[in-house]
Design a protein around this ligand. Structure first.
Ligand SMILES: Cc1cc2nc3c(=O)[nH]c(=O)nc-3n(C[C@H](O)[C@H](O)[C@H](O)COP(=O)(O)O)c2cc1C
Length: 220
């Protein structure tokens, strides 16, 4: 499929076929998509909790009770469910850990460049922490970018997906003890394969988007 076919093929799957599982080979590619997403200053402020068993999915479905029940089946029938978590702090230990990881991967030809990147990343992180006072929000934006990367990436693999904000994130934080580990849930993505009966497939419910001329301005 070319990229335009991929964006037209993908849609938010509302009914997954519970009998279909993502292969080990494809799941390995899913993990690569999660890992390889870009982020501002390569800060990678994320963690992913993945469930592919009934028990695991039931734990995530604890965030789909009451008001959020409309998403429960979309979690339980999926092949794999990914909880996107954002860091709750980018402290010095983490910044050093990033730097040393990059160094190990050969990113720095010399100490000067290494220290320059370290300084620049800290400038951005501190700008969001102290000047804009939105460091948490900034980190969550990076996590959302990863989510977009995953949605397009899995579609290219022929895997269906549903991103969900309609989840009780506090419940998920508690169930997975995320806050104790320095993370908080920001979204959940179900992955698997569409059921033909899904009312939301583009065949039965065409996608709707605002027209190009309304959303894109080409400067002359
Ligand atoms: C961040 C985000 C959160 C969403 N949350 C939900 C959700 O909780 N439940 C749901 O059924 N759909 C959810 N959607 C699906 C959107 O309604 C859908 O992406 C949008 O209508 C565009 O349609 P498409 O994804 O089929 O192209 C969400 C989408 C995004 C990007």
């Amino acid at each position: 499929m070319n990229i335009i076919d991929v964006v037209n093929w993908r849609y938010s799957t509302k009914e997954f076929d519970p009998s279909k599982k993502i292969s080990a080979d494809d799941f390995s590619k899913v993990k690569t998509l999660l890992r390889m997403s870009p982020s501002s200053t390569n800060i990678q402020p994320w963690h992913f909790v993945v469930a592919d068993s009934e028990e695991g999915k039931k734990r995530i479905a604890k965030g789909t009770q009451g008001f959020y029940q409309f998403n429960e089946q979309k979690v339980m029938d999926a092949s794999h469910v990914v909880v996107f978590c954002a860091r709750t702090s980018a402290d010095e230990d983490y910044m050093l850990h990033l730097l040393e990881t990059e160094d190990k991967h050969g990113r720095y030809p010399n100490e000067d460049i290494k220290q320059m990147v370290f300084g620049a990343r800290n400038i951005f992180a501190n700008m969001h922490k102290y000047d804009y006072k939105d460091q948490q929000h900034w980190m969550e934006k990076q996590v959302y970018m990863n989510m977009g990367n995953l949605l397009l990436g899995v579609a290219a693999l022929g895997i269906d997906a549903l991103p969900m904000e309609g989840i009780d994130m506090k419940q998920i934080d508690e169930e997975l003890a995320l806050r104790e580990k320095g993370f908080t849930a920001v979204g959940v993505v179900s992955l698997g394969y569409r059921k033909e009966s899904d009312f939301n497939t583009p065949n039965t419910t065409p996608k709707s988007r605002l027209p190009e001329e309304e959303i894109i301005t080409l400067l002359k």
